[in-house]
Ligand binder design. Structure first.
Ligand code: HEC
Ligand code: HEC
Length: 323
């Protein structure tokens, strides 16, 4: 009778551990796939005109752009999703509600609740003939944009003071630790190693964090086509709050107003070394990243399984000892 009991228990344990193993391995690689789509979509949202191959020929400004006169931007940049819908995804209701970036065009934040078919309709001219991007963005580009809209949009405006643009209620120590661990290697402990072009000036990370916290957050989470080697929050497993904490810390860095210096990024050769967890830049690194992620999942499951089996042995040993 006892034999049956222990036999049954053993089978139960083995199948449980197998279940854990398979489940975590699968769940992990599925998440990985969505993450990759969302990242790709986030970068297309930022500037698809620089990402798609072959490079598109875009005449003049986007046809919808002509419906407004307040924003004086013109040319290719008016085709970027972000120019109309904003870095905070809230268009005229968010950071672009006034100032040079004002267009009056709506945000897409609420559209995150729409299903894929409705979003596909919006991107292919179903709502507005002039909002038809299907001649530039192929099925997989639109799929990535839709995944981004459904899974990637974050409302940070509750946590950013709309006047000072400073992060509210952030955790400075957490932001500092994350920054020093993942970012300082390239941007420097004080954020001054790399300069960006921003509205015609060269600025460093500290100044960008203060001038445009939303662009900072979007590019820190989803990356930028300008730096495929950069590690990003989505892959580091950051929460939305982690991103804001790093922003808060970056807002305490020197803004570079003290002294103009450092070469502009155009003259630098940014490191090309493989970054742990860096975005996959081609199919091979893509496969490697996926395998790596699965291996991590498997490793974890194995440890769990071993732990379970260990506990069973202890229980068996204990019961035997009592006989
Ligand atoms: C030139 C400005 C402009 C650009 C560029 C632009 N949009 Fe729009 N978008 C609009 C306007 C205006 C609307 C409102 C719908 C309409 O015009 O009927 C809209 C509507 C949408 C909607 C539907 C929102 C809703 O609540 O139903 C989505 C989704 C969307 N845009 C996504 C994008 C994406 C993704 C891109 C980049 C590929 C993009 N847009 C580029 C101006 C723009
Ligand atoms: C491997 C080096 C590297 C690492 C690590 C790195 N970055 Fe970057 N980062 C770059 C480069 C290169 C650019 C692109 C500069 C340009 O625009 O030409 C960039 C751009 C950015 C931008 C966009 C600036 C803009 O123009 O809007 C932000 C924000 C940023 N980094 C923040 C971070 C944060 C936060 C971390 C830590 C998670 C980080 N970076 C880690 C190299 C790196």
């Amino acid at each position: 009778m006892k034999k049956f009991f222990f036999g049954g228990l053993l089978i139960l344990i083995v199948s449980l551990s197998l279940g854990v193993l398979v489940q975590s391995g699968w769940a992990h690689s599925l998440n990985q796939q969505t993450d990759e789509l969302v990242i790709q979509g986030g970068q297309l949202y930022d500037d698809w005109t620089k990402l798609i191959q072959p490079a598109p020929t875009l005449e003049g400004s986007h046809p919808i752009w002509g419906q407004q006169t307040t924003n004086t931007l013109s040319g290719v940049d008016t085709y970027r999703c972000v120019s109309c819908h904003g870095w905070d995804y809230q268009g005229a209701d968010g950071a672009f509600r006034s100032g040079a970036n004002f267009t009056g065009f709506p945000g897409i934040y609420d559209a995150r609740e729409q299903d894929a078919a409705a979003l596909e309709d919006a991107l292919t001219g179903g709502l507005n003939q002039e909002h038809d991007f299907s001649s530039y963005l192929d099925d997989s580009d639109r799929e990535a944009l839709i995944a981004f809209i459904q899974n990637g949009l974050i409302d940070d405006n509750l946590y950013i003071d709309m006047v000072s643009l400073k992060v509210l209620n952030g955790d400075l120590e957490n932001g500092k630790a994350l920054y020093l661990a993942a970012c300082a290697e390239c941007h420097g402990d004080d954020g001054r190693l790399i300069q960006f072009r921003y509205e015609g000036q060269d600025i460093n990370l500290g100044k960008l964090a203060i001038q445009d916290p939303w662009r900072f957050l979007h590019r820190t989470r989803f990356g930028t086509a300008r730096a495929p080697e950069m590690v990003i929050g989505t892959e580091l497993g950051w929460t939305a709050q982690d991103g804001r904490d790093v922003l808060l810390f970056s807002q305490t860095l020197p803004t570079g107003m003290e002294e103009q210096g450092g070469p502009s990024i155009g003259e630098q050769t940014p490191g090309t070394g493989e970054q742990p967890g860096g975005p996959a830049s081609n199919i091979f690194t893509g496969i490697l990243t996926a395998l790596g992620a699965m291996a991590t999942g498997l490793g974890f499951a194995l440890v769990l399984g071993a732990l379970l089996i260990g506990i069973i042995f202890l229980v068996v040993w204990f019961l035997r000892g009592r006989k």
